[in-house]
Design a protein around this ligand. Structure first.
Ligand code: ADP
Length: 621
């Protein structure tokens, strides 16, 4: 007999599962059937491809056995099974990434009901059985191996694994039901749960139970066996035969989500290549999509036989939130990983699938589309950068905040609003920063506001810095970073600026002398309305558009900045007439360094900055 300690995280999870009131305990059965389904998938593949197993007469099935006298329920499959090491690794530890984060979230609602959506997102799977039981045994034998093992646990800190005798490969999960879980001894209850959650998995589910019959005044017990699901492999059915509810339950069972999907896309392609695909978009982004070790969501089948769910690029990486099945009629069953990656048929299916998925997203009704944007906008941006074939389509989907209103806008809506304006250049203006509020108050927007020009506010800074310059043009409209370019001027404004330039030429020359090498240039500008000064990178510097990235990494990019003075601000107006050299010098530094600080840059006179400000202040008072 060997006793083991659960990994700490599992212990915590079990504690939470058994001590929290959980609203829907039915799902333990769905989780166990889902595991049995996966085990059958895996053996099915071996059976078809591996010489060792080809001869075996095998009929895949799941049996749910009710034993009223014993107060127990067993879920039995003849799938791949587990060996000793599998048992310890799979049931004694949580291999999945992000478990810690999950547990922290759970700890927060400790006293409350566990949020079922949270569990769904993280998939606690097997452990949900401890909601209905204090004694669970898993008796299992791995296909192709001699020994069988039994795992026993009461859902507390320890479990046991012992060697036992079992004839054939597969797994029995034996569940002694808690007193308040006796409802699962009723055949109608099991029938109902299986119909609801697992009707369309590809394997048959039987229920075995005893029925009491009365004959000539004597009660007898009769053993019954009943097929309780349709076992159709939902994705292979014609669309017209599938109800909405069935699509939803199939999704929930197969991907362990507790929430309905946002939408799904079912395709049965006949013609030069034959395949079936069924894709779902979850309502909530899977918790690990921004982790390098995310779990892939698409399963590959060949002629209804499961091949793999480990392949990360059946769809492009930016669509890693999509859950689904690709089932091809034209691939050989013994396809290897290398072949998978280079296979032309799969590449075709992939391209067709991307188009279908993106077009479906594009046409989502407003309410659903908004949910999509909140969850997945960043991934669409990733796509714009990486998927050149579908760039146009992705640019129709992506959304940005805007100065026109408080919601998101599409590029098409931007163009629609702006194109009617008089003398409007075909340019889409944008500004990138970390925070929407800061951006909305940026001095760089002042002249755009004044001229009634809409500007997009991009707040996924790291991503936008890289992605947006790569867009170039959209439907003939050029994307222009306003921090690199001045607002376009009308004739009147041009004249006005020329006038200001000559008026201020003495002050500008003076400032250039004072600031020397620390600025690329000094200019009077029309881009500011309220602020007295700003710094802008010299836009002929190729590094300029990447500068936010460097600043964020704590590095000062070697970019030359231009100091711009707002000729309309009172301060600058007054400065024009100041003769006192000391005041001019101090003002030049304050105007440069405070503008640098506003841009997130180091002030040049870091050590003297406050001294200079104080000195100026005392003169003013
Ligand atoms: P998940 O199914 O989400 O991976 P579970 O906790 O439900 O998480 O199961 C953990 C692992 O235990 C599974 O991934 C699988 O490898 C193994 N397992 C569970 N049930 C079975 C079964 N009936 N047959 C074979 N392996 C199983």
């Amino acid at each position: 007999m060997a006793k083991y300690q659960y990994q700490t995280e599992v212990g915590q999870l079990l504690h939470l599962m058994t001590h929290s009131l959980y609203s829907n305990t039915d799902i333990f059965l769905r989780e166990l059937i889902s595991n049995a389904n996966d085990a059958l998938d895996k053996f099915n593949y071996l059976h078809l491809t591996n010489e060792k197993f080809k001869e075996e007469k095998w009929e895949p099935k799941i049996v749910i056995k009710i034993d009223k006298e014993d107060n127990s329920l067993s879920v039995i499959d003849n799938g791949i099974g587990m060996n000793e090491q599998d048992l310890i690794e799979n049931l004694g530890t949580i291999a999945k990434s992000g478990t810690k984060a999950f547990l922290e979230q759970l700890q927060k609602n400790k006293e409350q009901k566990i949020d079922s959506n949270l569990i769904g997102q993280f998939g606690v799977g097997f452990y949900s059985v401890f909601m209905v039981s204090n004694h669970v045994e898993v008796i299992t034998k791995k296909a192709g191996e001699e020994k069988a093992y039994k795992f026993v646990s009461d859902g507390s800190g320890e479990f046991e694994v012992n060697e036992v005798i079992k004839e054939s490969h597969g797994t029995v999960v034996y569940i002694k039901l808690k007193d308040d879980a006796k409802e699962y001894l009723e055949p109608f209850k099991i029938r109902e749960i299986v119909k609801k959650y697992s009707n369309h998995i590809p394997y048959k589910i039987y229920m075995k139970y005893q029925e009491e019959t009365t004959k000539d005044g004597k009660t007898q017990k009769e053993e019954k066996s009943e097929l309780i699901n349709d076992a159709t492999a939902l994705w292979t059915l014609p669309k017209s035969q599938i109800k909405e509810k069935e699509y939803i339950e199939f999704y929930k069972t197969t991907w362990g989500d507790f929430e309905e999907p946002l939408t799904w896309i079912h395709t049965i392609a006949e013609g030069s290549i034959e395949y079936k695909t069924l894709f779902y978009i979850p309502k909530k982004a899977p918790f690990d999509i921004f982790r390098a070790d995310f779990t892939p969501g698409v399963k590959l089948y060949i002629k209804r036989t499961f091949i793999t769910d480990k392949e990360k690029e059946l769809l492009p990486l930016y669509l890693r939130f999509v859950r689904g099945i690709i089932d091809s009629e034209d691939l050989p069953l013994n396809v290897s990983r290398e072949i998978l990656q280079e296979n032309k048929i799969l590449a075709n299916i992939k391209q067709a699938s991307i188009k279908k998925i993106l077009n479906t997203i594009k046409k989502l009704p407003k309410e659903k589309f908004d949910i999509f944007v909140n969850e997945y906008n960043k991934l669409i941006k990733e796509g714009i950068y990486t998927d050149h074939l579908n760039k146009e389509l992705l640019l129709e989907i992506v959304r940005y905040k805007t100065t026109a209103h408080n919601d998101y806008t599409s590029l098409d809506e931007y163009i629609e609003r702006e194109k009617e304006k008089k003398d409007r250049k075909k340019e889409i203006y944008y500004i990138i920063g970390e925070n929407e509020d800061v951006l909305r108050n940026s001095p760089l927007l002042e002249s755009f506001k004044k001229n009634d020009l809409e500007v997009l506010l991009m707040t996924d800074k790291e991503l936008d810095e890289v992605v947006t310059p790569s867009i170039g043009e959209y439907k003939g409209w050029k994307l222009v970073d306003i921090s690199l370019n001045e607002a376009p001027l009308n004739e009147e404004e041009k004249k006005e600026l020329e006038k200001l330039e000559s008026e201020y030429s003495a002050l500008v020359t003076k400032f250039k002398d004072i600031l020397g090498e620390n600025v690329k240039d000094v200019k009077v500008t029309n881009r500011l309305v309220e602020s007295p000064s700003c710094v802008v990178p010299n836009n002929s510097d190729p590094m300029a558009s990447m500068r936010h990235l460097f600043i964020q990494m704590g590095q000062e990019p070697k970019i030359e900045y231009i100091l711009e003075l707002n000729a309309k601000s009172d301060l600058i107006k007054k400065l024009k007439n100041i003769k006192d050299e000391k005041i001019l010098e101090e003002s030049a530094w304050v105007l440069l360094d405070s503008a640098r600080i506003a841009e997130g840059l180091e002030p040049i006179k870091r050590d003297k900055f406050s001294k200079i400000v104080t000195s100026l202040l005392s003169k003013a008072l």
